[in-house]
Ligand binder design. Structure first.
Ligand code: FAD
Length: 264
């Protein structure tokens, strides 16, 4: 088996379950909210580093975001990633998932050939789980989602997928894209040596819209086919009703009640 060239996508996300929404713009209020690396992207990085240790090769991390997203790249370099690329430009602002994936795929194409792209399954803020599959589609790659084990055998990846009620084993020829679940591994802590390496700014390369050679009309808000109409917290109400009668009567009352509420 030849050495592997692996790319990992990592996203900076707000570190909070208390997401606040700006009622005027319907966008997330990020000010004053500390940021972290998306948890499943740590698993993606760990999976990439473990494969590199087994088979040799290199691991490159890519993120798209504002300049401060460089922090997550420094974190993964400290874990042992060889190279990191920050895609940042005002032209990328307001991208929906499709344009995020398009921009990431264009950035990845600039990096040369690769064997495997590993993404987290889902980001904890956008929560769509769309970006990995969309990157695979833009790069015309086979994809395997929900991975909880990856092995490389003869230029193919043997990937175990964990689904709701079963486990699937999928063999996919490289190059391919895999999205991983949080249970696939336990991400390592950065080593002191690598933390020093991460402090050396030269390990992060920066690419803007000009480097991707993509017209502005294909980037950011204007190119995004989806828009957020409204974001709101659902009203939480609880009501407790006791039913009386025998089992049949109670079942009938319950069904009628659910029909009245348009639930059935
Ligand atoms: C309609 C719409 C409008 C939006 N408008 C804006 C906006 O104006 N401003 C704004 O900041 N955001 C905006 N977003 C959010 C932005 O599109 C998402 O943050 C981004 O596309 C990633 O989607 P997600 O969070 O659902 O990631 P998921 O698809 O859940 O992420 C899966 C995996 O893909 C990878 N990934 C995802 N995003 C990135 C990234 N940026 N860099 C590297 N890897 C990544 C990671 O490995 C991650 O684990 C919008 C989203 C939608 C749906």
């Amino acid at each position: 088996m030849k050495e592997l060239t692996i790319i990992v996508t990592v996203k900076q996300v707000p570190d909070t379950a208390e997401v606040r929404i700006d009622p005027e713009t319907n966008s997330l209020m990020r000010e004053g909210v500390p940021s972290i690396i998306n948890p499943e992207d740590l698993n993606a990085v760990e999976a990439a580093l473990s494969l590199k240790e087994q088979y040799g090769g290199t691991v490159t991390a890519v993120t798209m975001g504002p300049p401060q997203a460089q922090e997550v790249l420094e974190e993964v370099v400290a874990m042992g990633v060889d190279r990191a690329v920050l895609l940042t430009d005002r032209a990328f602002a307001g991208s929906d998932t499709l344009v995020t994936a398009f921009t990431l795929s264009r950035g990845i194409m600039k990096l040369g050939t690769f064997d495997l792209i590993i993404c987290g399954r889902q980001a904890i803020d956008g929560d769509t789980a769309q970006v990995g599959p969309q990157v695979a589609s833009f790069l015309d790659l086979p994809q395997v989602t929900y991975a909880d084990r990856i092995e490389i055998v003869d230029d193919c990846a043997h990937v175990q997928r964990s689904l709701e009620d079963c486990t699937e084993l999928v063999k996919v020829c490289l190059p391919a894209l895999v999205t991983v679940l949080g249970g696939i591994n336990r991400p390592r802590h950065p080593s002191l040596y690598n933390i020093e390496k991460a402090c050396d700014e030269t390990c992060v390369s920066i690419m803007g819209a000009g480097d991707l050679k993509v017209p502005a009309s294909m980037l950011g808000l204007n190119a995004s086919p989806t828009g957020v109409k409204k974001i709101f917290e659902p009203e939480r109400t609880t009501e407790c009703r006791y039913l009386s009668g025998d089992e049949k009567e109670m079942a009938r009352t319950l069904i009628n009640h659910l029909k009245d509420q348009s639930i059935l």
